[in-house]
Design a protein around this ligand. Structure first.
Ligand code: PSU
Ligand code: MN
Length: 303
């Protein structure tokens, strides 16, 4: 049986250096379900290089043939990039994936659970799941954020969601949302939503100080750091909204439900933006990985 200390296995390369270098966790569902082939390969490379460039170590989290891993590498990574029999694993699915010996690509919710089990403090992703527009559907990412004391860097919540409702739920869940270089909640593909944030900064040191205090006070939830997508790749709000409306209509017609909803909507948006959403997605993943690494290095230096 697994005990907690052995619940998660570290890949050898990362285990060897983890005492000397800050670690940034990355999710794997974005690679196996969120992005098309071959862009998923480019995303993995750009995130990895962005973390290394800022002086930290990247670690993709996943369940590999039933083993929760910190560091998805080599042939295992190749299988996930080919999405060869790889399932989408949210927090509720972790135990099942382990019991069945499955390959499971972890969402934000499942990745946060693995961060907690492994003692990793900083995690980067593209966009979190949240409250869907209709019919009722709320991502487990929100509950996981309320339970995981992890600095989570993202570009807000996916454009297909109800962003005001998502922000309200983050507040109810006790998740601190801090704008990095912005005082509004970013719209993932778009830089502006008009939704004001209570806190903002442009200094990683502020994030680190807030996190240290948050933890010292026993606050259980995440610190969600949100930054707008890079200006050169951000999309026009009206273009995105039109694409989202058409994607939502397509989802209704196809009758998609459950965990298939988010991957369906993401690929429909890509199609409906004529592919313009893809470079934006890759650019923001890279920028988030880089910011997470800067924060992780500062957190490590703070001791
Ligand atoms: N946002 C993206 N790409 C993604 C996801 C979100 O731009 O691939 C994934 C993340 O793994 C996120 C998950 O945690 O979708 C949310 O799925 P759901 O809504 O089923 O909880
Ligand atoms: Mn759902």
């Amino acid at each position: 049986m697994h005990d907690l200390a052995n619940a998660v296995r570290w890949s050898p390369g990362i285990a060897a250096d983890r005492r000397d270098r800050a670690v940034v966790a990355l999710e794997s569902s974005v690679l196996a379900q969120g992005l098309p082939i071959p862009a998923n390969r480019e995303a993995e490379r750009r995130m990895r290089e962005a973390v290394i460039a800022a002086g930290a170590m990247p670690a993709v989290l996943a369940v590999v043939r039933g083993v929760p891993m910190v560091g998805l590498e080599g042939d295992d990574l190749e299988r996930f990039l080919r999405r060869d029999g790889v399932e989408k694993v949210s927090a509720r699915d972790l135990g099942w994936a382990v019991a069945r010996g499955l390959d499971g690509a972890t969402t934000v919710a499942a990745s946060l659970a693995l961060c907690s089990a492994a003692g990793i403090d900083v995690f980067a992703t593209g966009g979190i799941g949240g409250v869907h527009r209709e019919p009722f559907d709320e991502s487990a990412d929100l509950i996981a954020l309320s339970r995981s004391s992890v600095i989570t860097v993202c570009a807000g919540a996916k454009s297909v969601l109800d962003l005001p409702a998502t922000l309200e739920r983050l507040e109810s869940c006790g998740v601190a949302v801090i704008g990095f270089g912005t005082d509004e909640f970013p719209g993932f593909f778009t830089r502006h939503t008009g939704l004001p944030l209570a806190h903002s900064t442009s200094e990683p040191a502020d994030i680190v100080r807030a996190f240290v205090a948050h933890r010292a006070l026993g606050q259980p939830g995440a610190l969600l750091v949100v930054q707008p997508p890079p200006a050169a790749h951000a999309l026009d709000a009206a273009l995105v909204e039109g694409a989202v409306q058409r994607a939502l209509a397509a989802a209704r017609t196809a009758g998609v439900s459950g965990s298939a909803v988010t991957p369906f909507l993401l690929s429909a948006v890509e199609r409906e933006t004529g592919g313009a959403s893809l470079p934006a997605n890759l650019a923001l993943l890279e920028a988030n990985a880089n910011l997470a690494a800067r924060i992780a290095v500062a957190l490590r230096e703070a001791g």
